[in-house]
Design a protein. Structure first.
Length: 548
């Protein structure tokens, strides 16, 4: 399905301080954008990345690409940072942000050639970006707890990625996971915390056996094979304190001189350990998970007491269990109380031998998506897809706003931005019009990447929008113009809003650098080596200034 792999090599840094600096900055940034642009959309190409050690990654993911290529150029680096911010804040729309930024810079190059000063362009882009941010509200649909819409959001996020083949199963898991960690705040707002969604994987079974566990899955063996493994309602203790004899006793062993002293010492140690187990019994503990060790001598006593115990539990597992069970993590066993205990059911899974903990307390929360697949490659791809979709669905569920994808919202916004440009005086108008053109890069690229004629597609889309079909977008599989919303191609408004704003910001940053260089070379040029180019640069920039 994917096109031919493309190889990207790192670009050597080159510091230019002459009049080509501006063109160079723009082209470096555009080169990055161009590399990523061809991956946009479900039919985007895969890229093959060859690392410095010869390792090869094949991916369709914009962020992965930007992570992997080694970018020395500071302007190109800015574009990468935009992508990272977009990923962190919205979890999606990275390729869009980068590609639109590249297109804005291309438009800016044309404008600079027409003697429009970068400052004017920056102002125009900023105005258009702010206008777009507000205007997108008009094109937004509310989620209103509609599960089907959320599943469509998840599927849209996974389309074209490795997880696609299983997107229905995975979308359903993702939506249920998000719902499980969604709470209504006192002020009526919706809070979705994907920090309470964990994922686990198991190789060797069908994807359709993947499931959502309402709790934690812990891959640990009990310290003793004969311990009980299943509880309907257990009191569970999470502890940072090891269940071991205290340090003082261990040190004392150094000074023993005869056998009776050793026996006495061992007795003392054993007594201390049995006391600790007694203490757990008195508290009514059924299950104990220690982040640190549990002395071998204690294993037997714990088993005798009917307690299920696990040692060396991961810190992250302990923290997640705390949420799932509504427990407090105890740092000193001697001062543990009943209130510290979590309540939950415990089950040992037959085929995997993993333990499932499900909370019974009112304040317990946290779910685990257990992914199953035939090979680790399949599972890795699924996990990436699920992670992406989780963020996107969380954004959509939390924010509650959606827009139509497939280029629909961009074409509609471009129309509005063009109307807005008409109301703006002077050369800034040109920059605002250019912004509208840059928005349409999205449908053009979706078409191009799908092997369709980009111009025809855009003409069809524009005419549908002129007829009032605000959700008309491209079906990249059939090449037809469809109602993207009805086709289930929907994206969170917030991600789109953020992507467009980030693109404008990135383009402006790159354009602004020239101003800095311009001024820098005039007053306190510390970039000595660039000396000879300096005066030429001034001349070039000076000419630009006059053009404003
Ligand atoms: P990004 O990193 O920007 O999210 P993607 O490669 O995920 O980039 O592509 C997102 C774009 O693909 C969006 O414009 C989205 O509307 C579009 N898209 C996703 N699924 C479909 C589909 N089935 N048909 C048409 N467009 C789609
Ligand atoms: Mg995406």
């Amino acid at each position: 399905m994917a096109g031919q792999p493309v190889m990207i090599m790192g670009e050597d840094a080159q510091q230019l301080r002459d009049r080509d600096a501006q063109a160079h900055n723009i082209s470096a940034a555009r080169a990055v954008a161009e590399a990523v642009r061809t991956t946009l959309g479900p039919k985007g190409m895969d890229k093959m990345l060859v690392g410095s050690t010869g390792d090869v990654t094949v991916t369709n993911d914009g962020v992965t690409i930007l992570d992997e290529i080694d970018i020395d150029n500071p302007t190109a680096q800015m574009i990468v940072e935009v992508a990272q911010t977009q990923e962190d804040e919205a979890g999606d729309g990275t390729t869009t942000a980068v590609a639109v930024a590249g297109e804005l810079l291309k438009q800016a190059e044309d404008l600079i050639e027409q003697e429009v000063h970068p400052t004017t362009i920056i102002r125009g882009f900023t105005a258009a970006s702010e206008f777009t941010r507000a205007e997108i509200e008009e094109l937004t649909t509310s989620v209103d707890g509609n599960e089907e819409l959320l599943r469509a959001v998840a599927e849209t996020a996974m389309t074209g990625k490795g997880a696609e083949a299983n997107k229905e199963v995975l979308a359903d898991l993702v939506v249920r996971a998000v719902q499980a960690v969604t709470i209504e705040a006192d002020d009526g707002s919706t809070i979705v915390d994907v920090g309470f969604v964990e994922s686990g994987t198991e190789i060797g079974r069908g994807v359709e056996e993947s499931e959502l566990v309402h709790g934690a899955v812990i891959n640990k063996d009990p310290v003793h094979p004969d311990m009980p493994t299943d509880f309907d309602e257990a009191n569970i203790l999470l502890t940072l304190d090891p269940i071991e004899a205290s340090e003082a006793d261990v040190d004392a062993s150094v000074t023993v001189t005869d056998a009776s002293q050793i026996d006495a010492f061992l007795d003392a140690e054993e007594e201390e350990l049995t006391e600790k187990v007694e203490l757990l019994k008195d508290l009514g503990v059924d299950v104990v998970l220690a982040q640190k060790g549990i002395d071998d001598v204690a294993h037997h006593y714990l088993k005798e007491a009917g307690i299920l115990a696990m040692r060396r539990t991961n810190k992250s597992d302990i923290q997640f269990l705390r949420e799932v069970l509504g427990a407090r993590v105890v740092s000193d066993l001697d001062s543990a109380t009943k209130e510290d205990l979590g309540r939950g059911s415990v089950r040992r899974h037959e085929t995997t031998d993993t333990f499932r903990f499900e909370g019974l307390n009112d304040d317990s929360h946290g779910v685990t998506i257990m992914l199953r697949g035939s090979t680790s490659t399949v599972i890795d791809e699924m996990e990436r897809g699920v992670e992406d979709a989780l963020d996107v669905v969380a954004t959509a569920a939390g924010d509650g706003r959606l827009v139509a994808g497939g280029g629909a919202v961009e074409v509609e916004l471009a129309r509005h931005v063009r109307d807005y440009a008409d109301s703006v005086e002077g050369r800034q108008q040109l920059a605002i019009e250019a912004f509208a053109d840059a928005l349409e890069l999205v449908p053009r690229t979706l078409a191009e990447n799908a092997g369709l004629d980009a111009i025809d597609a855009l003409v069809d889309l524009r005419s549908a929008h002129d007829d009032g079909k605000t959700n008309a977008g491209l079906d990249v599989f059939s090449g037809e113009v469809v109602d993207s919303y009805e086709a289930g191609v929907v994206e969170p408004t917030m991600a789109k809003q953020q992507a467009i704003a980030s693109a404008a910001e990135a383009a402006n940053l790159v354009l602004k650098i020239d101003d800095v260089l311009d001024a820098g070379e005039g007053d306190d040029d510390e970039g000595g080596p660039g000396g000879p180019g300096g005066p030429g640069g001034m001349g070039g920039m000076g000419g630009m200034g006059g053009a404003m």
